[in-house]
Design a protein around this ligand. Structure first.
Ligand SMILES: [Zn+2]
Ligand SMILES: [Zn+2]
Length: 316
């Protein structure tokens, strides 16, 4: 099959890559895959991954559990061992022996076919298009915040970062009735967030002030320090960016201001699919361009350009 392959140093297009072996229970034909900043971090060494990247996808089930065959699906990306303490507590995302689609020991979605465990699948509602459904994974990550903290109407929340994840976090938090402000660098990206009714501020106009909750979704190390300064004493800082490499920051403000710092990663797919089906979250304006899988290398270059919105790959 055709696939993009990362060997740890170089990304190449492979027209005769091995098709997924039947080790996981469902074989899926990929309709669309999304290039995410985590993928771009992988190409800088994140997770020391080798194989087919890609973890955001929508596809149809070719082989697998009978209830799913022929259905349009999205899939959760963490594959637990099923035996350990974490897995027994239904926390396969935190299984120490897990593989993660396109990120850790599992070939991913930048290919014609991929293979995932059947229990990771979720059927896509008919009124959700492929172009919308491919955002389920990052949208679920935004919904994860609501499983981690209690958001009250009237809470003053800052979302830092106007990229795809910042946009989805701002739209998701806006559903709670809290007062959401998005802070970012790019006027055009902030304009997209503003359409959801979110207050926006461009970084050049930023007057430092403090919020009950700050969500750091800039995808860059410099966002962390700004985020820390924007949390009120006893407030909450949610960290969403995964960044390759190590960075030096002063942790003293966390102690002095007694800040709750919460790491936040993958989230609930059912909540994300329900919000897409109810048209509560608008994702189509986030799409920049759809490339054929064969042009995958150009697509990855495009995704890495500053200011790029979501780039999708389509195996035709
Ligand atoms: Zn991602
Ligand atoms: Zn496990």
């Amino acid at each position: 099959m055709r696939a993009l392959h990362w060997d740890g140093r170089e990304l190449t297009f492979n027209s005769a890559y091995r098709a997924p072996a039947g080790s996981r229970s469902a074989l899926i034909k990929v309709h669309l895959a999304g290039i995410c900043s985590t993928d771009l971090q992988i190409f800088k060494g994140y997770m020391s991954f080798k194989g087919v990247p890609g973890h955001e996808f929508v596809g149809s089930v070719i082989e697998g559990p009978r209830d799913f065959v022929g259905k349009r699906v999205v899939g959760e990306i963490n594959f637990g061992c099923g035996q350990c303490d974490a897995c027994r507590r239904d926390l396969n995302r935190h299984c120490p022996n897990r593989s993660v689609l396109g990120i850790l020991n599992a070939d991913g979605a930048f290919a014609e076919y991929l293979s995932v465990p059947g229990e990771n699948l979720h059927v896509v509602p008919d009124n959700v298009s492929d172009e919308e459904a491919v955002f389920t994974e990052p949208l679920a990550a935004a919904f994860e915040i609501l499983t981690q903290i209690q958001v009250n109407p009237g809470d003053d929340i800052l979302v830092l970062g106007d990229g795809k994840l910042g946009n989805l976090c701002a739209q998701t938090l806006q559903l709670t009735g809290a007062k959401i402000t998005a802070l970012g660098k790019h006027a055009d990206k902030l304009a997209l967030i503003k359409k959801a009714g979110v207050r926006t501020i461009q970084l050049s106009n930023w007057q430092p002030r403090q919020f009950d909750v700050v969500v750091e979704a800039t995808g860059s190390a410099s966002g962390f320090e700004l985020a820390l300064l924007a949390v009120r004493p006893r407030g909450t800082l949610i960290l969403k960016s995964t960044i390759a490499g190590n960075h030096q920051v002063s942790l003293a403000p966390i102690v002095i201001n007694e800040i709750n710092v919460i790491g936040s990663r993958c989230g609930p797919f059912p909540d994300a699919l329900a919000a897409l089906a109810a048209k509560q979250i608008s994702v189509a304006p986030l799409i920049d361009k759809i490339y054929s899988l064969d042009d995958g290398l150009a697509a990855v270059d495009h995704a890495a350009r500053p200011g790029a919105r979501k780039i999708l790959l389509q195996p035709l």
